[in-house]
Design a protein around this ligand. Structure first.
Ligand code: NAD
Ligand code: MG
Length: 291
């Protein structure tokens, strides 16, 4: 796999999946940094938990964290077993401990359970990455957003982030941190993603506010705002014709790969490199403005 960005895919074959989507069904399969990411001990010995770490951005973050010396627990949905197994293989091949928990995080109980299991098996918790997310592009107006859909988007993207963070705070000590996954949609919302985009704007707001609340405890809180990234979420939630040109509306003219987002999470998680960075949202957008 190349690190030359001009050789990255600039268009995609038409394809469609059902949520939550799988990596193996994608053409081409995304680059998570398998043959390129080189660690340099930035996260040595840290105990990390990544929601939705089975695929896409979460898998690339899990791989990078492990190669930087962290032990990694992930959550995934029960139907994503194959993807979760593949991420675990990457973490363990890096010589680190890996744990994976099948859980739908749309309940406080499920969030409490995975945090308790992760803290138990990792022997504590230093970094929480709230990465799991859900969207579904729609054709109709706001009237077409039915209660079930609204509930799924809000609970997955926002409620789970609150519940995971509440539970993690029983374990995070001074020097620990939370990294949330926002989106370009917080700044430049697509009409078809009204509900999803609003959760990402809320995540930005909560990130800054939580940084203020937890700073006195020595806990940093930041977010990464990715632009269009080639992950299972896209063919599973966008119409096939949109998938073909996905990412071409960015200044760099193409979608990003998960491997190109993970280093931002590594930086924000690093107690050495990001020791004075809190309350910020780091854009990885292919050139789209994040302000
Ligand atoms: P992905 O589908 O690979 O990962 C999303 C993960 O969220 C899934 O693997 C699944 O395990 C998890 N998830 C979904 N619903 C869940 C639920 N109810 N309970 C528990 N887990 C659930 O896609 P991705 O693009 O890597 O998404 C990761 C994050 O990146 C999301 O927060 C997404 O909003 C954000 N993001 C993605 C893009 C993009 O273009 N791909 C852009 C900006 C932000
Ligand atoms: Mg997945």
């Amino acid at each position: 796999m190349t690190t030359d960005q001009t050789a990255r895919p600039r268009e995609f074959p038409s394809q469609q999946q059902e949520p939550p989507g799988s990596t193996a069904a994608m053409t081409p399969v995304p680059d998570h940094g398998e043959s390129t990411y080189q660690g340099s001990g930035k996260l040595t010995g840290l105990r990390t938990l990544i929601t939705g770490g089975d695929s896409g951005i979460g898998r690339a973050v899990a791989l990078a964290f492990a190669r930087e010396g962290a032990d990694v627990a992930i959550t995934y949905l029960p139907e994503e077993q194959d993807d979760a197994d593949a991420t675990m293989e990457l973490v363990r091949s890096a010589g680190r401990a890996g744990f994976a928990y099948a859980a739908d995080l749309r309940s406080h109980e499920a969030c409490a359970d995975v945090v308790a299991r992760a803290a138990g098996e990792l022997g504590g918790l230093d970094v929480l990455v709230n990465n799991a997310g859900y969207q579904m592009a729609r054709e109709g107006g706001i009237e077409s957003i039915d209660p079930d859909r609204l509930d799924r988007v809000m609970k997955t993207n926002l409620y789970a982030l609150f519940w995971m963070t509440q539970e993690a705070l029983a374990h995070l000590k001074a020097g620990g941190c939370v990294v949330n996954c926002s989106s370009i949609q917080a700044y430049d919302p697509s009409v078809s993603l009204l509900d999803y985009a609003s959760t990402k704007a809320a995540i930005n707001n909560a990130t800054v506010n939580l940084a203020a609340e937890l700073g006195p405890r020595g806990i940093r809180v930041n977010a990464v705002a990715p632009g269009p990234i080639w992950t299972p979420l896209q063919p599973a939630t966008q119409p096939p014709e949109k998938v073909e040109t996905f990412g071409q509306d960015t200044p760099l003219g193409r979608a990003g790969q998960p491997a190109e987002v993970a280093p931002a999470f590594v930086f924000l998680a690093s107690p050495r490199d990001a020791s004075y960075v809190s309350g910020t949202v780091l854009g990885v957008t292919g050139g789209k403005p994040v302000f």
